[in-house]
Design a protein around this ligand. Structure first.
Ligand code: MRU
Length: 377
């Protein structure tokens, strides 16, 4: 793990770049290059901005598992890059027939799918890549080139979706609003613009005067480490709060709306997101504050009827008994660590997608949106 990181070293090509539509993208979360997938190291942020270079699908899988890259859309895009690497490696092992080429890709797909269970974008991206390799009748090298192009297209497409989410979601806010967010659903959690933070960025650009309350998001501190860093890079004013302060600020009328991302949205609108999201949704409901979910349609899983069917990742107890690597609980203390929880559709005012702002009943609005876009089905 350390060796991979050491390989990474400095930035691949620092500085601002333009995304679809000429938007400014200051954070490069994932780059998919011939023979290489480059990831910003989210374990090193915010202290250090460094990059990890992966040259095999196994290295990509390891970086998803250890959360060097995290966030549902970013995981999906990175897995697509991993499959492009698997295809290039299989094609280089000559001679290879079509059956062996496809078997190598299925093996890589299983390995990548086993990394993290909750974010459905991972399965969505693998399915998109499978459509390419199962339809390709060319020699392996030509199929590998098609798979690289598809992975790069999935990456660019994710940025374009997030920009549309931002555009739609910005209309839900007005100048001077304070938005509370949980976890990190920003550029770092996607291919480069963000879902919930995409809404914040777009609202800030459109209205001005937007400020953000950032839940620190125990135990991984995605809010304190990543969202705070991103908002700093963007120059959007924010205050960091510990998770148990959210109720206080919502009760005092200091929050105009909540926007969070999603790891999987069931057909009825129940939404799995970072542990603690459900709590915030209950607080918002109690105080009449609108609670919005922002996510691309690749996060919608029509094969799951309700939140009860969403698998919840269990992570290590040590991540709870320690704080940022330092043991805080007594030696031997036991802990629970579900990494996600499910917010019932009834607590959600709207789901903001690239297809527009969806309202209840979500079973219908999601079905309509999925007929135009492409959900997991
Ligand atoms: O465990 P993580 O950091 O991968 O969890 C991330 C989240 O829960 C995000 O809110 C979600 O993936 C949406 S990202 C646009």
């Amino acid at each position: 793990m350390i060796a991979d990181r050491a390989q990474g070293g400095g930035a691949p090509a620092a500085g601002e770049r333009s995304g679809p539509g000429g938007s400014r993208l200051r954070v490069r979360t994932v780059e998919i290059l011939p023979g290489e997938v480059v990831l910003i190291d989210q374990l090193a942020l915010p202290q250090e901005e460094r990059y990890v270079r992966c040259q095999s699908w196994q290295q990509v899988a390891a970086r998803i598992t250890d959360m060097t890259v995290r966030g549902a859309p970013a995981i999906g895009v990175t897995a697509a890059g991993g499959l492009a690497l698997a295809a290039a490696a299989a094609a280089a092992a000559s001679p290879i027939d079509q059956a062996a080429f496809r078997a190598a890709l299925e093996q890589a797909a299983s390995g990548l799918l086993a990394t993290r269970p909750t974010a459905v974008n991972l399965r969505w991206a693998v399915d998109e890549m499978r459509l390419v390799w199962s339809a390709c009748d060319e020699p392996a090298a030509a199929c590998a080139a098609l798979l690289l192009a598809r992975a790069q297209a999935i990456l660019n497409d994710d940025i374009a979706r997030c920009l549309r989410i931002g555009e739609h979601g910005s209309a839900l806010f007005k100048a001077g609003d304070t938005i509370l967010t949980h976890c990190n659903a920003g550029a770092l959690a996607t291919a480069g613009y963000g879902t919930a933070l995409g809404v914040v960025r777009a609202a800030s650009a459109r209205h001005g005067g937007i400020s953000v309350l950032v839940d620190e998001t125990r135990p991984w501190l995605q809010g304190a480490r990543l969202t705070a860093w991103e908002l700093g890079v963007e120059g959007i004013p924010y205050r960091l709060i510990s998770d148990n302060m959210a109720g206080h600020f919502i009760q005092r009328g200091a929050v105009d709306g909540v926007v969070v991302g999603a790891d999987r949205i069931a057909a009825n609108g129940d939404t799995a997101n970072k542990i603690g999201t459900y709590t915030v949704s209950v607080l918002a409901k109690e105080h009449g504050v609108p609670f919005f979910v922002a996510a691309p349609l690749s996060t919608v899983d029509l094969t799951v009827g309700s939140g009860a069917g969403i698998p919840i990742e269990e992570r290590s107890e040590a991540e709870v008994t320690s704080f940022h690597g330092r043991q805080v609980a007594p030696e031997g203390a036991r802990a629970h660590h579900p990494a996600f929880d499910v917010t019932p559709a009834a607590n959600i005012a709207a789901i903001v997608t690239e297809a527009g702002v969806l309202r209840a009943p979500f079973a219908r609005s999601l079905a309509v949106a999925c007929a135009t876009g492409k959900c997991e089905s």
